[in-house]
Design a protein around this ligand. Structure first.
Ligand code: B12
Ligand code: SF4
Ligand code: SF4
Length: 311
């Protein structure tokens, strides 16, 4: 990367991101063919917002034609081992909530930091185009995290950082500012790739409660609990996976991953648990500003009951 790229990375760390990398926007996106196959398979049609934007998800320059660089940031949300976790309480007992949903909504946290980073870059390159992305934007973030040399895709499908483990959020910037030298045009030779590090481990494939990891790195969204208890909480197809114990999201493929011995407790206080338990009978705005707003307070009682069924 060039000097400006190095300064931008330093600034991203100063913003509180735990890792950051960048690469040329014309570098080949890792797993491009696999992502294309997956999004064309029909299995992802449950998320029309994902399949309808396939072009951009396969090529960031379909999102910003003038893009020169992709910057990816990584932020740990690992809260450490403690009893202070979040549950959904019902009369029938507890149902679990995935760690990513324990604190405040990460979209708000990352977006604010990314907007500041955008301002920083524009102050140095007046007139620059700089577009932040985080989760809901049509950028295949895990692939670009790999392209930026920040880690590898585990058999669980999770992006794994060798220094942070799997409990991380991703986001970044797409910009027309050149942050990598021209001599690397069309390649990712500037960025050493991290070799996949699963070895012979199959813990996540074996432990997934719904056998959603159908092959290494291939997660079937129609079997993953998160599809049914976060994205589509009212879809009756989710009933097929009742009794998992998970009311919101699922952490099993991360809980068993040996790379999480490297997980570091997040510096972001806003990801620490705010509630010890959530009563689904509370007024709807109780979950405002947290990821629990995505499935919705009105669905929590149903999700918790379904998670408990059969247990
Ligand atoms: C749609 C979506 C989902 C869907 C579908 C998941 C899926 N595996 O596709 C559902 C709702 C099920 C989901 C679940 C979760 N998600 Co999600 N999700 C997304 C979203 C919005 C798009 C992902 C996407 O494009 N999927 C399509 C597939 C094809 O692409 P992919 O998942 O990136 O797959 C990569 C590899 O697996 C590989 N690949 C895919 N298929 C194949 C096949 C072969 C043969 C090979 C070799 C490679 C390969 O290619 C891709 C790029 O490297 C991203 C945000 C974003 N904009 O990227 C967040 C994101 C991936 N999710 C995230 C999180 C945290 C989760 C959960 C952990 C939440 C939870 N605790 O419940 C689970 C994890 C489930 C899992 N094991 O993957 C984080 C992941 C961070 C990380 N460290 O990896 C992201 C990046 C959001 C963010 N900004 O932080 N998610
Ligand atoms: S999040 Fe849960 S259901 Fe989804 S792939 Fe991982 S272990 Fe399986
Ligand atoms: S649990 Fe094992 S196989 Fe799965 S992602 Fe982690 S190291 Fe890889």
């Amino acid at each position: 990367m060039n000097e400006l790229g190095q300064a931008l990375c330093a600034q991203a760390r100063a913003e509180g991101f735990d890792d950051v990398g960048l690469c040329r926007a014309d570098a080949e996106m890792p797993h491009r063919q696999e992502v294309d196959d997956a999004l064309s398979s029909g299995r992802f049609d449950v998320f029309p917002w994902l399949t309808d934007t396939k072009d951009q998800r396969l090529d960031v320059r379909a999102r910003m034609a003038s893009a020169q660089s992709v910057v990816v940031v990584v932020q740990s949300y690992w809260q450490g081992d403690h009893e202070d976790h979040v549950d959904v309480d019902t009369l029938a007992g507890h149902a679990k909530v995935s760690r990513y949903a324990w604190g405040q909504d990460y979209h708000h946290v990352l977006r604010r930091k990314l907007r500041r980073l955008r301002k920083w870059l524009i102050a140095r390159v007046p007139g620059a185009r700089v577009a932040p992305f985080n989760d809901v934007d049509a950028v295949t973030e895990r692939a670009w995290a790999v392209a930026c040399g920040l880690g590898f895709i585990g058999k669980s499908g999770m992006f794994i950082s060798q220094t942070l483990g799997t409990y991380t959020f991703l986001g970044g910037l797409l910009t027309d500012v050149a942050l990598v030298d021209e001599r690397f045009a069309g390649t990712s030779d500037d960025v050493p790739r991290v070799r996949p590090g699963c070895g012979s481990c199959t813990a996540c494939l074996d432990a997934c409660p719904t056998q959603a990891i159908v092959a290494p790195q291939r997660v079937d969204p129609l079997r993953c609990l998160t599809t049914w208890n976060v994205e589509e909480p009212q879809d009756p197809r989710g009933d097929a996976f009742a009794g998992s114990g998970w009311a919101v999201g699922c952490d099993v493929c991360q809980e068993v991953c040996p790379w999480n011995k490297f997980a570091v407790v997040t510096r972001e206080k806003r990801y620490r648990p705010r509630h010890v338990s959530i009563d689904p009978a509370l007024p709807p705005d109780d979950v405002a500003g947290t990821p629990l707003a995505r499935p919705g307070q009105e669905n929590l009682a149903h999700l918790a009951r379904r998670a408990r069924r059969g247990t």
